[in-house]
Structure formats: C-alpha cells, structure tokens
Design a protein around this ligand. Structure first.
Ligand code: G3H
Ligand code: 13P
Ligand code: ZN
Length: 337
C-alpha cells in the first residue's frame, strides 16, 4: 500500500470514534519504532517531519526511509505529514518529496515566531489547500497560537513558536473564527490552541481547566461537528520517563504534560490527530543515558540505539492503544484498497 492522505485516515477515525497519534521523526530508528508499534497493534499511523527534521535528515533520505516503511509493512496505512509548514513554498516542496499531507501553520508568519493576523492566515492556508488538493494531498491549518495560558508565553524550546507575551485571545482558538476559517480555507483538519505548547515544560503542576482549555475543544466541536480537530503539544511527559533521565545523570526540571485522559476526552469531542514528539525524545534519551551510565565501556552505536528504539516503540504502542487507533489498520486498508 502506498502512503495515504491524512484525510483518509481521519475520516475513518471520525467514523469509528478514535484518534490517531502523529509522531515526529528525524531518523531511521524513529521510523522503525513507529512501524514496529503499528505492526504490533494493527494501527494506522501518521509520521510527521518538521522543517528542522527535513533539514536534519535531508528529504531524499526521509523519502526513501518512508518508502521502506511502506514496503516492509504493506498492511499498515501510513500518512506522511509536514509538521508546521511556514509557507506555501515549504508545503509545495514537501509535496514534491512525496508527503501526503501538509500543515500550513499560518498562525505565525513565515519567520515561525511572529503571530499573524486572521486575514494572513486564511489567505495563505486557502492557497495551500488549493494547490495541495489538486495533487490529492491533505492540509491541516492552525488557528490560535500555541503557548501557556499561565505565563502568556509561546515556547521556544524547539525553535518554532511565538515570541513575546501573547494575550488570552491569541492563545485560545475563537470558535466563531474557527467556523469562518474552515469555511473560507477548506482545510481537512484544524489545529486548535487550548494552552498546550511544544516541549517538556508545558505546565508547572498537573493541569486544570484554567490552563488546559479542553472546554474550548468541546465548543469548537459543537460548532464544527464534521471538522477533524488536531491537538499539538500533546506529549504527556510521564514522570517515569523523566525519572530515567534524571537517574542517569540528566537534568529534567519538575514538569507536567497533557494527561492521556484529557486527550481521550478530546477524542470524544472531535480530536482526530494528536501530535506527540517530546515523549519519544524523553524515552530515547533515557534509554541511551542508561546504557552510557551502566556500560561506559560500550561504543558500538547499536548497543544504545537498539534500547532507544525499543523505548520509543513502547511509548508509541501505549499511545496507539490509548487513542484507539490500535486494531484499525486492516479495517481501514480494506476500506481504501
Ligand atoms: O513542532 C514541534 C515538534 O516537536 C518538532 O520539533 O522543530 O525541533 O523538529 P523540531
Ligand atoms: P510535544 O512537544 O508535546 O510532543 O508536541 C509535538 C507537536 O505538537 C509537534 O507538532
Ligand atoms: Zn506542533
């Protein structure tokens, strides 16, 4: 089976009331970890690459690694998605490189840090939708800026995110605007801002509704019941993954992520794509640190990359089960073939 557009996956997820994790990748081991977990759980998957990931891995490597994934696991429907595209040109180059879905993140200007106004966002997103749909590629848009409702700051941990202090209006997707945006742009999926941010440092205590506005998702879903919603910054930052890193010489400060139960609540209210990167980064780093600490004599990269890959696979497996995508690969494949 070749790579499938995001829309196909999310339509099936909506019809069958489940969510699909979108895992970020930068290298072969991460792709292998996701595919092994998908194979084990019979889950359709979304594999996504940020602009930074594409620069790091190079498009040609990434393209061929994805072809390998499809060849090795023909029974698993896979979508290849551009995460946080910053411009029409970025989205077009992703399409040229075989991506079957692109995110046009027009919530920020092309520099990836200046909050954009509604008109700019709607215009640039509609243009990407027009060009992508001509080629059978799906489009995710974003309305509202990711960032903390407690501090008003976007995150800069991974280089992409709003700079300066943001107002509550900027940090929460407006339901009226969401209706207008989806109608004007024709996006296949809409990423919403509800107080989450990228990286490990999302909340300084277990989040309540004050800082994680799940009710906003419920309201937007009421207004747009047929629109597939996307949650970014949705790593759960589990304590046990933090503990492994800290036990072996790392320094992760106390922090909380988005609880899996809150994501499951989102899935009951129209969330179909859930972006997870940080949890896998934590798992990989913890596993590598453990090998380095316990076996300082080792220097074959396979000695630490294998446990790293296994640790990421376990996170992916757990999320695939928790989000409900497990068990749906064969069913979806029969529906699209
Ligand atoms: O967009 C957020 C993802 O975690 C990707 O991060 O830009 O460091 O690759 P990155
Ligand atoms: P996390 O940093 O919470 O994993 O979020 C990833 C993300 O939203 C990628 O777009
Ligand atoms: Zn994101």
């Amino acid at each position: 089976m070749s790579l499938v557009p995001l829309r196909v996956l999310l339509d099936h997820a909506a019809e069958n009331d489940y969510g699909v994790a979108a895992f970020n990748v930068n290298n072969m081991e991460q792709i292998q970890a996701i595919m092994e977990a998908a194979d084990e759980t019979d889950a359709p998957v979304i594999i996504q690459a940020s602009r930074g990931a594409r620069a790091y891995s190079q498009d040609a490597y990434l393209r061929h690694l994805m072809l390998a994934a499809v060849e090795l696991y023909p029974h698993i429907p896979v979508c290849m998605h551009q995460d946080h595209g910053n411009s029409v040109a970025t989205c077009l180059s992703a399409i040229e490189n075989g991506f079957t879905s692109v995110m046009m993140d027009g919530s920020l200007k092309e520099d990836g840090k200046t909050p954009a106004d509604y008109q700019y966002n709607a215009r640039v997103t509609a243009e990407v939708v027009r060009l992508a749909h001509l080629r059978g590629v799906s489009v995710e848009g974003e309305l509202g800026c990711l960032g903390s409702l407690a501090t008003g700051h976007g995150e800069k941990e991974d280089g992409h995110g709003a700079e300066g202090k943001l107002s509550k209006e900027q940090l929460l997707t407006d339901p009226d605007e969401a209706e207008q945006f989806v109608a004007e742009t024709g996006v296949d999926a809409l990423a919403v801002a509800i107080g989450t941010s990228h990286g490990a440092y999302k909340f300084d205590r277990p989040p309540t509704g004050e800082v994680l506005a799940m009710d906003r998702i419920e309201e937007i879903h009421r207004r747009l019941p047929n629109c597939h919603l996307v949650m970014h910054g949705s790593s759960s930052v589990p304590q046990e993954l933090q503990d492994v890193i800290n036990r072996y010489g790392g320094r992760i400060k106390p922090t909380w992520g988005v609880p899996v139960e809150e994501i499951q609540r989102g899935i009951r209210h129209g969330v179909r794509k859930i972006n997870v990167d940080t949890d896998n980064r934590l798992a990989i780093t913890g596993a590598i640190r453990k090998v380095f600490a316990e076996h300082p004599e080792k220097f074959d990269p396979r000695d630490y990359l294998k446990p790293a890959r296994a640790a990421m696979k376990e996170v992916c497996r757990q999320r695939m089960i928790a989000f409900g995508q497990a068990g749906h690969a064969s069913q979806l494949r029969q529906a699209v073939v």
